[in-house]
Design a binder for this molecule. Structure first.
Ligand code: MN
Length: 240
């Protein structure tokens, strides 16, 4: 019996990761799920939907994740590029049809993320009944700070969630205002997909979303978690 040879690849494989606060090890990102609307005041500012509708989900690609301190290229194909501050849940143990009262056992930890959005494309998709991809699932659309293990910080269910642009407060909310809380989100999502270690869930944004432009400095904070800070750069240059 000869040993199985290590696999080789015809192009370089990529692993997308998030930092873990206070640890050298990284969290490998498998999928990025996002809750569509989860704070009443944001549903009202977007003038959409019934506030009691069940949660709905969309995905961003794993390579949309960028870490703290990044400079994001202003994306192509939009003139209304907006921020949405969100609590991010990292899944450490997979499962399907997870009961609400067991859901927190599946959480590895929490981070501050920003669901960057091409709002013009999202509105267009809504009006024309098209998929949300162009509005939500583009390059660098998911800046996310370091993960804090639940084993160290517990499971935050209340606390301020805020975002500022160039030092001016834009978004203010409290995790206690989530329409669907973290256990309910995990339970619902796991009826639609088998969750696995490495999955992230962006849990929705409070009111105050708005546009950013090149040169802006964005800071997002959630009580008890590391702040995320990133800047908006010029549009990306053409590449081969
Ligand atoms: Mn969002």
């Amino acid at each position: 019996m000869s040993a199985t040879p290590a696999p080789s690849y015809v192009v370089a494989p990529e692993i997308h990761t998030l930092a873990v606060a206070g640890a050298a090890s990284l969290f490998p990102v498998r999928r990025v799920y996002c809750v569509g609307r989860n704070y009443v005041e944001h549903i009202r500012e977007m003038k959409e939907g019934d506030e009691r509708d069940p949660p709905f989900f969309f995905q961003k690609p794993a390579d949309a994740i960028v870490g703290n301190g990044a400079q994001l290229a202003y994306p192509a194909y939009t003139s209304d590029y907006q921020h949405e501050i969100e609590l991010v849940v990292a899944i450490g143990k997979g499962g399907s049809d997870i009961p609400v009262d067991e859901a927190l056992d599946h959480v590895f930890g929490y981070a501050v993320g920003v669901d960057m959005t091409r709002r013009d494309r999202q509105r267009e998709a809504r009006e024309r009944m098209l998929p949300w991809e162009m509005g939500k699932s583009f390059d660098q659309s998911a800046p996310c700070g370091a993960l804090h293990p639940a084993a160290q910080i517990g499971h935050p269910s209340t606390g301020a969630i805020t975002l500022s642009v160039n030092g001016a407060r834009r978004q203010t909310g409290d995790l206690g205002q989530l329409i669907w809380n973290v256990p309910e989100i995990i339970a619902n999502l796991s009826t639609q997909y088998a969750l696995a270690p490495g999955d992230l869930i962006f849990t929705g944004t409070p009111a105050g979303v708005g546009p950013v432009v090149p040169g802006d400095v964005i800071e997002g904070s959630i009580a008890g978690l590391d702040t995320i800070r990133f800047t908006i750069g010029a549009a990306r240059a053409r590449s081969q």
